[in-house]
Design a protein around this ligand. Structure first.
Ligand SMILES: O=C(O)C(=O)C[C@]1(C(=O)O)C=C[C@@H](O)C=C1
Length: 290
């Protein structure tokens, strides 16, 4: 039986690649959506077994609206995966880079290529589209001349487009982290070593410091912290953190203590970290320590 997985975008998009990395051996039935919200709605309504959404990119930073979608959802983060994202300019076979007058892509993909796009003259149009692959597909299907898309290499291969420029993102080293969303009972997570939490604090001196010290005491490493406004409560913020740990028991012990310390606590997911991501963070830590 195949798994139904909702993504924003179509076949060959980076989200599709993330699904393939998360489920290398499964038969997948992709539910292609034109917004992140439709992905989380599909998981909420059980129209899909799972959803995959991008949460952060090493050039652009957090994809903030997706934090809200995860928080509002009736599901959990079950896994993560990190992709190496290399961007290419592609167009019809007849075109050269000098023929291109407008370029289309997903807004987050365009943000990763800001330096490159600034090199074009002011009349050159940069247009935000649905996802990298849909923009490329449209060029092919409608035989659009003077138009290019920014997408991954696999998209050019899939739709038979010519690559006009390669690795055009601002920095060669570029990664996007995706999370797998689903109902808890669908999968049991073995050997979890990472968790995503949301908490709200009182406006007291040291309240965040207390949380951080507690994590230190239990040897729990904070890998990410993101604050977001609480809608309807101006100037109040919720904290979204990712933590990694070696001992799952320590994590659940800390959760019990946090419940007594913070105003509101929600576990968004307890899962296994992507090995490649963990390795990259580890080598960065070593390099920074030198
Ligand atoms: O358009 C795509 O191919 C996507 O999968 C979207 C998306 C994103 O949402 O960040 C995924 C990875 C890259 O960071 C650029 C775009």
């Amino acid at each position: 039986m195949s798994l139904k997985v909702a993504i924003q975008g179509i076949e060959s998009s980076f989200h599709h690649q993330a699904v393939q990395k998360l489920f290398p051996n499964e038969e997948i039935n992709l539910l292609t959506c034109d917004s992140f919200e439709k992905v989380t709605t599909a998981v909420n309504n059980s129209n899909a077994d799972f959803g995959v959404i991008a949460i952060e990119n090493t050039i652009v930073g957090s994809i903030l609206p997706n934090y809200g979608l995860i928080d509002a959802g009736n599901f959990e983060i079950l896994a993560e995966t990190v992709l190496n994202i290399q961007m290419y300019v592609m167009a019809l076979e007849s075109e050269s880079i000098h023929d291109i007058k407008e370029i289309h892509s997903h807004p987050v993909a365009l943000l990763q290529c800001r330096d490159y796009l600034q090199k074009f003259p002011p009349q050159f149009k940069v247009i935000e589209g649905k996802d990298t692959a849909s923009e490329a597909k449209r060029i092919k299907n409608q035989n659009l001349t003077g138009v290019a898309a920014i997408a991954g290499k696999q998209v050019a291969e899939k739709f038979g487009l010519k690559i006009l420029d390669s690795n055009i993102q601002d920095i060669k080293e570029n990664h996007t982290r995706f999370v797998l969303l689903g109902k808890k009972e669908k999968q049991s997570i073995r050997q979890a070593d990472k968790a995503s939490l949301k908490f709200v604090l009182d406006h007291n001196v040291g309240s965040l410091g207390n949380v951080l010290s507690l994590l230190t005491t239990f040897n729990i490493n904070l890998t990410k912290i993101q604050s977001l406004p609480i809608v309807g409560k101006p100037w109040q913020y919720a904290f979204f953190v990712d933590v990694v740990f070696e001992e799952e028991n320590f994590f659940f012990e800390v959760v019990e203590m946090l419940k007594k310390t913070v105003k509101e606590l929600k576990i968004l997911g307890v899962y296994k970290q992507d090995e490649t991501h963990a390795q990259a963070q580890f080598s960065n830590a070593i390099l920074n320590g030198k």
